[in-house]
Design a protein around this ligand. Structure first.
Ligand code: SF4
Ligand code: SF4
Length: 470
């Protein structure tokens, strides 16, 4: 009698099934059906097998695109227990070469007339020119126009616009997209940004790039949609739990919204770290003349990307490290990276060469401060404007040469002193204890400092001064 050898029936690791259903169509015996339960380890819904009618034809195994999906049942896993597939089935052979960096390419743009657009649109155009083709977000006033423009353009450019279910989802989409080495961004405002910071901490820990444009509104809480600089502290000192920092850029014109968003992508990939662009509600809505740059970026692909092809399969990005020693080493590494990021500190100086009164202001309040400087100069007052373009790192190296001549520093801001605190922290971290008297002109709740108040501060009129430090 010829011996009939039973063909092995298929076996499925649910953790490796993405629920594509190819095996369902392949099975002539209808042994496989769509599942109904989400697998908690993957968030996907694996198929279910009922193998009573199975004849072991293996068509489902051939149909399965997952390397560790359907397999012939190995004897040792007949009673299912999750095991390392490499141990069960051996190393998956690949001829793919090790990944290498695919460099970025700059493409010249034809000359065109300047645009007259809102700050939010300018930042979105900056992102598109920086090669951003993935947007995730939960629209929120006063940043919504940025998301709207991305929704309009990205599908036409072969990109992805995804309105997430929340800001928490948004930042996690960005984690995945940035981890794949792709350029992604969001537009948000204070309440949304607060919800994102845990995910930003994960991105920093896992060294994943991404750009967050935060068009700040009046707080605390839901507050209102008028301009404030309420998130300086959150962006500079509070990016989630752990040891976190990101470059924080502060544009003050629609042109700078474009230029600094472009720069943000460059820095995000240079340092493999999120970058924050802090605008305020007024700047997001303000219309201004914007010149486009002479070139745009066609992004390459970094070798570290978890890109999902065979070549990049061995790459892993994770923000968890349960070994204390390894985690400390990782923290030391990212602290070295923060030190390197300090070289990115930038500032714009206006009439500062001989300034005895130095205004320090960023974002929209710096526009009022600039007007005050111009008018004070007409009255013979030696005033100047020091405008940080990064609030983290604070551009102290650019400020220090002004201090010997300055008789007073006046911080002008739409917050209760968050910019002033960054200045004081920067001075103290450098061990600088001798500096001129520091005063503040502040407003909150959506009110911006006015030019006459700033001038009064320079002229020493007490009604406009809030002395904070001597
Ligand atoms: S081995 Fe053949 S019969 Fe069995 S489940 Fe797969 S496709 Fe269906
Ligand atoms: S073909 Fe593979 S991945 Fe797709 S549903 Fe079937 S078992 Fe899952």
């Amino acid at each position: 009698m010829p011996q009939v050898k039973e063909r092995p029936k298929p076996f499925l690791f649910p953790e490796f099934c993405k629920g594509c259903g190819r095996c369902i169509s392949a099975c002539p015996k209808h042994c496989i059906a769509m599942g109904e339960e989400v697998n908690p380890m993957t968030g996907l819904v694996p198929v279910v097998l009922d193998l009573e009618q199975c004849n072991g034809c293996a068509l489902c195994i051939d149909a399965c695109p997952e390397p560790y999906g359907l397999q012939p049942t190995p004897a040792e896993v007949a009673d299912f227990e999750l095991q390392d597939p490499e141990k069960l089935f051996g190393l998956r052979h690949t001829e793919a070469p090790a990944p290498v960096d695919i460099p970025d390419e700059w493409i010249p743009l034809p000359a065109c007339e300047p645009l007259v657009i809102k700050g939010n649109y300018a930042a979105a155009i900056g992102a598109l020119l920086a090669g951003c083709r993935h947007f995730f977000g939960y629209p929120i006033t006063p940043s919504t126009e940025g998301a709207e423009l991305m929704a309009k353009f990205l599908p036409k450019l072969g990109g992805t616009y995804l309105q997430a279910v929340s800001e928490v989802a948004t930042v996690n989409h960005m984690y995945g997209c940035g981890g794949a080495g792709l350029r992604c961004m969001t537009f948000t405002s204070g309440p949304g940004f607060s919800l994102m910071v845990e995910g930003i901490s994960y991105m920093i820990g896992a060294e994943v790039p991404g750009v967050f444009v935060n068009i700040m509104r009046g707080g605390p809480g839901l507050g209102n949609i008028a301009p404030e600089q309420s998130d300086i502290k959150l962006a500079c000192r509070g990016l989630g739990h752990g040891n976190t920092h990101a470059v924080v850029l502060t544009p003050s014109t629609p042109q700078e919204m474009l230029d600094l968003t472009l720069l943000a992508f460059d820095l995000a990939f240079k340092y493999r770290n999120p970058v924050i662009v802090l605008g305020d509600g007024y700047l997001g809505q303000m219309t201004g003349k914007v010149k486009l740059p002479p070139k745009m970026l066609k992004p390459g692909l970094p070798s570290w990307a978890v890109y999902g092809d065979e070549m990049h399969r061995k790459n892993l990005i994770s923000s968890i490290d349960l070994d204390e020693h390894d985690l400390e080493l990782h923290n030391l590494d990212i602290n070295r990276k923060y030190e390197a990021m300090k070289s990115e500190a930038r500032a714009d100086l206006f009439m500062c060469e001989d300034a005895e009164t130095v205004f320090v202001a960023c974002g929209t309040p710096s526009r009022m401060a600039k007007g005050a400087v111009e008018d004070l100069r007409k009255e013979g007052i030696k005033a100047g404007l020091f405008r940080p373009l990064t609030v983290w790192p604070f551009p102290l190296p650019q400020l220090l040469p002004l201090l010997p001549r300055a008789q007073r520093i006046v911080v002008v801001e739409a917050s209760p002193g968050q910019l002033r605190d960054e200045l004081l922290l920067a001075l103290s971290q450098e061990g600088i204890s001798k500096y001129p008297r520091i005063e503040s002109v502040t407003h909150m709740g959506g009110i911006l400092p006015q030019q006459h108040e700033i001038m009064a501060a320079a002229l020493g009129r007490q009604e406009a001064l809030q002395e904070v430090h001597a």
